[in-house]
Write a protein that binds this ligand. Structure first.
Ligand code: GDP
Ligand code: GDP
Length: 440
C-alpha cells in the first residue's frame, strides 16, 4: 500500500509549493465529487524506492466568508485519508490563530503528524521555529519549500517507517506468486458506471466468484474464475460493501483509485461516453500511464446514443486519447451488458503482453534488425552504437539497451525503437519502457 501524506495548513503557508516539489506526476487529480468541495489535489511521488501519494488542501483562497469552516473541512477529509500529516506553518508570519485551530483538529485525530515550519530561507530557523512549540504538535522541522531546502531530509524521515527492509525483494516475490491471477482494477470518475460494470463482470454465468479473502483498508479484492483463468477484481466502487444507494457519493476516493492502479496488472478505465472525455478522465489516464500498468479503456453508456453523438465521441477519443493509443478501446453498455464479455479478451491480451518474457538473444536480434533498417545518428562525429538488449522487467515490460553514447540518443529515435519493438514483439495493451546503458 502506498503511504498517503496530507499537507494541511492555512492559506499561503506554502502547501502548493511543497506539493509541486513532492510530486512528479504530469497532472494532479482534483477531487471532483458531486455535492462536495473541490479543494483537494492529489499527486504521486517517489523518493528512492518508496512511492507515495500526496494530498494538498491548498485550493482554498479568496472567498473570505466561511473560509475557516471550509479549511477545517478540507483538513479533516485529508487527515482522514492520510497515513501521515505534514502540518505547514509560515516561519515568517509567525503563529496565527488559524494554526491553533488546525493543531486542535490534529491533536484530536491522533494521526502521525509533523510540524513543518516553511519559508525559513534567509531568516534564522531557530528563531522562526521557537513560536510554534506552543502548538503542542511536537518538535518543528524547518524547511524552505520554494528553495527545496530541508525537503528531501524531511521526506526521508517521514517515509522511514514505510520502507521496510524486506519490501524490495518481497514485492517482486509477491508479484511472481500472483502471476496466475490477473489483477484488474476498474477505475473512473463518479457515476461513469463502475459499479454497474463490476456487477456485470462478476454476474456473467461463466464467472465463479470465490469467498473474499483479505479485504483491505481501501478497495475490496474479489477473486473469481472465468474460462479457467483466475482473476482478482479490485473493486474501487465498493459494490460489494455498499448497502444502499445513499452511500453512492462517499464511495469514490482518489486515494483508493491510485492504490488500485498501483496494485493491478490491468486497469479498466471507464469513461462516460455521454459526458465525453473530460479533464478528470485524462488526468486519471495520465496516472495509469505513469504507473506503467496495462490498460483497457471502456467508453460506457453507449446504449441509446444517437449516431451523431457516437461519431462525436469517437472523434474525441481519437483526438484526446492519442497518448493512450497502445490500449484497446471498447464501446460498451454496462447496463445492458453489451460489449462486456469482449473486455476480457483485451484484458487477457494486455496481461499476456505485460508479462511476456523475451530472451536476450531474441531482443538483441530484433535490435540488430531495427538498427539495420535505420541507423541512429552520429554525435560528435561518432555514430551512436546500440549493441545488445535484455529484458529488465515486466508489467510494464522494460527493455534495457546497451551501447555507446546512448545518452545522446534523440527522442525521435527512441520512439522509432519503441514503435518497432511494440510491433514485432506483438505487444498490445501495455506501454513498453526502454532504458539505455552506455559503455563509454
Ligand atoms: P498555499 O496557499 O499554502 O498552497 O501556499 P503557496 O504554495 O501558494 O505559497 C504561498 C506563497 O508563499 C507563494 O508566493 C510562494 O512562492 C511563497 N513560498 C512558498 N514557499 C516558500 C519558501 O520556502 N520561502 C519563501 N520565501 N516563500 C515561499
Ligand atoms: P459509478 O459511480 O461509477 O460506480 O457508477 P454506477 O455504476 O453507480 O452508475 C451510475 C449511473 O449510471 C446509474 O444510474 C447507472 O444505472 C447508470 N449506468 C451505468 N452504466 C450504464 C450504461 O451502460 N448505460 C446507461 N444508460 N446507464 C448506465
Amino acid at each position: 500500500m502506498l503511504p498517503v501524506i496530507a499537507l494541511v495548513g492555512r492559506p499561503n503557508v506554502g502547501k502548493s509549493t511543497l506539493f509541486n516539489r513532492l510530486t512528479r506526476s504530469r497532472d494532479a487529480l482534483v477531487a471532483d465529487l458531486p455535492g462536495l468541495t473541490r479543494d483537494r489535489k492529489y499527486g504521486e511521488g517517489r523518493v528512492g524506492d518508496c512511492d507515495y501519494i500526496v494530498i494538498d488542501t491548498g485550493g482554498i483562497s479568496g472567498d473570505e466568508a466561511g473560509i475557516d469552516q471550509r479549511m477545517a473541512e478540507q483538513s479533516l477529509f485529508a487527515i482522514e485519508e492520510a497515513d501521515v500529516v505534514l502540518f505547514l506553518v509560515d516561519g515568517r508570519a509567525g503563529l496565527n490563530p488559524a494554526d491553533e485551530m488546525i493543531a486542535d483538529h490534529l491533536r484530536r485525530n491522533n494521526k502521525s503528524c509533523w510540524l513543518v515550519v516553511n519559508k525559513t530561507d534567509g531568516i534564522d530557523p531557530d528563531t522562526a521555529m521557537a513560536d510554534f512549540h506552543a502548538l503542542g504538535i511536537g518538535e518543528p522541522v524547518a524547511i524552505a519549500a520554494s528553495h527545496g531546502r530541508g525537503v528531501s531530509q524531511l521526506i526521508d524521515e517521514v517515509l522511514a517507517p514505510f520502507v521496510s527492509e524486506e519490501e524490495e525483494g518481497g514485492e517482486e516475490a509477491a508479484k511472481e506468486a500472483y502471476t496466475d491471477n490477473i489483477r484488474i482494477a476498474v477505475i473512473g470518475r463518479p457515476n461513469v458506471g463502475k459499479s454497474t460494470l463490476v456487477n456485470r463482470m462478476l454476474g456473467e454465468d461463466r464467472v465463479v466468484v470465490f469467498d473474499q479473502a483479505g479485504t483491505t483498508r481501501d478497495s475490496i479484492y474479489i477473486p473469481y474464475e472465468r474460462d479457467e483463468q483466475k482473476y482478482i477484481l479490485i473493486d474501487t466502487a465498493g459494490v460489494r460493501r455498499r448497502k444502499n444507494i445513499k452511500e453512492a457519493v462517499e464511495k469514490f476516493s482518489i486515494v483508493k483509485t491510485l492504490q488500485a492502479i498501483k496494485d493491478a496488472n490491468v486497469v479498466i478505465s471507464v469513461i462516460d461516453a455521454r459526458e465525453g472525455v473530460t479533464e478528470q478522465d485524462l488526468s486519471m489516464l495520465g496516472f495509469v500511464i505513469d504507473s506503467g500498468r496495462a490498460l483497457v479503456v471502456a467508453l460506457n453508456k453507449w446504449d441509446g446514443m444517437s449516431p451523431d453523438d457516437r461519431a462525436d465521441v469517437k472523434k474525441q477519443v481519437e483526438r484526446k486519447l492519442e497518448f493512450a493509443a497502445f490500449a484497446r478501446f471498447h464501446f460498451i453498455s454496462a447496463l445492458h451488458g453489451s460489449g462486456v464479455g469482449d473486455l476480457y479478451i483485451s484484458v487477457n491480451e494486455a496481461f499476456d503482453s505485460a508479462m511476456a518474457k523475451w530472451s536476450t538473444n531474441q531482443l538483441t536480434r530484433l535490435l540488430e534488425d531495427v538498427v539495420a533498417d535505420h541507423q541512429p545518428p552520429a554525435v560528435n562525429n561518432r555514430r551512436i552504437k546500440l549493441r545488445y538488449a535484455h529484458q529488465g522487467g515486466s508489467n510494464p515490460p522494460i527493455i534495457v539497451v546497451h551501447g555507446n553514447q546512448t545518452d545522446a540518443l534523440p527522442g525521435s529515435y527512441k520512439r522509432y525503437l519503441e514503435n518497432r519493438f511494440t510491433k514485432y514483439l506483438k505487444v498490445r495493451g501495455t506501454p513498453i519502457r526502454f532504458e539505455f546503458r552506455t559503455g563509454d
